[in-house]
Design a protein. Structure first.
Length: 226
């Protein structure tokens, strides 16, 4: 039976920025992959959260999500609508239950999710909810958890603490990652902003240079039961 992967991301495009090169590679190697995006991704710039005022933008973003995930062969995307950059206004238990529901449905072997000390509060809470939803009890399906960095969040927190110990060579899938990010036209920024196509490629080269490869994605291993 093929191993299953679940990406748990706080916002649309986090899944691409965090691990799409690696997951695209693993899909090519026979893994089955799913994405869960917890936040609606559009209301944080408003004084008050009024989802109805953002319906058109959210619909555009949801279309971008599906196109981006289709590019690398994600089998299914699960969408929640927790308030953008306001996860701390929601009971943690509600977020844990949303993750548990998807986890129980697909029974993943591996989870990729956020780094615990990102600047973004939603990323921090997502990490905590994932760890809670995957307590290592006897019948827990998840045996490996890896946390990823998000450009313009992980490196913007101080003091810097992201110290990866797992590196995936994405030489054959960096193009798929870039193509997926291009689908997020409403989220892309212009270089020198880190969340740009150039920023993504430079970051992959930066980590690659550190481990003797051309381009890699870097992760912190949270738990691996072998």
């Amino acid at each position: 039976m093929n191993k299953k992967i679940l990406i748990v991301a706080a916002h649309p495009d986090d899944e691409v920025l965090g691990c799409f090169g690696t997951v695209a590679r693993l899909i090519k190697e026979g893994y089955e992959a799913y994405t869960l995006i917890l936040g609606e991704g559009k209301t944080s710039r408003d004084e008050k959260r009024v989802v109805e005022n953002k319906k058109d933008e959210i619909n555009i973003l949801n279309n971008e999500i599906r196109k981006a995930n289709d590019i690398i062969g994600i089998k299914k995307v699960f969408l929640e609508i927790f308030p953008d950059n306001r996860f701390d206004s929601v009971d943690l238990l509600d977020i844990i239950k949303a993750i548990s529901k998807v986890k129980d449905e697909i029974k993943p072997d591996i989870i990729f999710t956020h780094y615990e000390k990102d600047l973004n509060i939603d990323h921090q809470i997502t990490y905590k909810a994932v760890i809670t939803a995957t307590r290592p009890v006897e019948k827990e399906s998840v045996k490996e958890i890896y946390s990823f960095e998000i450009l313009s969040s992980t490196e913007w927190n101080y003091p810097l603490s992201f110290s990866p110990d797992i590196f995936f060579d994405i030489s054959n899938t960096i193009d798929l990652k870039i193509s997926a990010m291009k689908e997020y036209n409403s989220e892309l920024c212009q270089y020198p902003h880190p969340r740009s196509l150039e920023g993504i490629e430079l970051n992959a080269k930066y980590w690659g240079m550190r481990v003797g490869k051309k381009v890699v994605e870097a992760f912190k291993c949270v738990r691996a039961i072998k």
